[in-house]
Design a protein. Structure first.
Length: 204
């Protein structure tokens, strides 16, 4: 059974969402945040980077949420969380899935880290975020999720960052991203995961 090392208010909830969607059993190992909102030292014993998520499956240990998501759908031979590899949509889905942690997360952290310390983000950080929110908007259809009515890996990957942006008012200038985030919160996997692992974002 897959073990999920799950820090409170962390990207690990993405994996919980997917495992709940797939109705697969998993062993959730919860960790509280420190008073400084960091990962506890004990996570350094799990993985040298001391971050969450980390999953273990037998002898295999994996970090990086996108890699973990891909591993889980491959392990369970799931065909419902990404487009058919024979379609053009497949590579667009892969590109966005990598984009989220490689590019989008940096722009999000540029505003979230100061906000979480009670500071105003710089104009540069706000502008950089807006460029990314406009880019995300350009990928969204008029209504619904990125690839239809059901959440794909990319939607699940976006959720954690959108939760934190919205909780801090950073989706106010991106109305389509906001309605996308509202739709994600109605997905059964989101509801199940937040029930098991708690909310994605702390109250500001
Ligand atoms: N790119 C990694 C990021 C992992 C990461 O930064 N995790 C955060 C929680 S969302 C963490 O463990 N932070 C605690 C700390 O840095 O003390 C992923 O997608 O899994």
């Amino acid at each position: 059974m897959i073990k999920v090392h799950c820090l409170a208010y962390s990207r690990a909830i993405r994996l919980v969402w997917l495992l709940e969607d797939l109705d697969q059993p998993y062993d959730l190992i919860p960790y509280d945040r420190t008073d400084q909102f960091r990962a506890p030292d004990v996570l350094q014993d799990v993985h040298p980077l001391g971050k969450s998520p980390v999953i273990e499956d037998g002898d295999l240990k994996l970090a990086e949420s996108a890699t973990c998501l891909r591993y889980i759908i491959d392990k369970y031979d799931d065909k419902t969380h990404r487009p058919d590899p024979q379609t053009a949509e497949f590579m667009r889905h892969e590109e966005l899935l990598d984009y989220i942690e490689s590019s989008f997360a940096g722009a999000c952290m540029g505003v979230l880290l100061p906000a979480m310390q009670g500071n105003d983000p710089s104009d540069d950080a706000r502008q950089s975020l807006q460029v990314h929110l406009d880019y995300v908007t350009s990928h969204l259809p008029e209504t619904g999720l990125l690839f239809g009515a059901k959440a794909h890996l990319t939607d699940i990957q976006f959720s954690y960052l959108l939760a934190n942006l919205d909780a801090n008012g950073f989706l106010d200038n991106a109305p389509r991203v906001k309605t996308y985030w509202d739709a994600l919160q109605k997905q059964p996997g989101y509801l199940a995961a937040t029930k098991v692992a708690g909310p994605m974002a702390p109250k500001p």
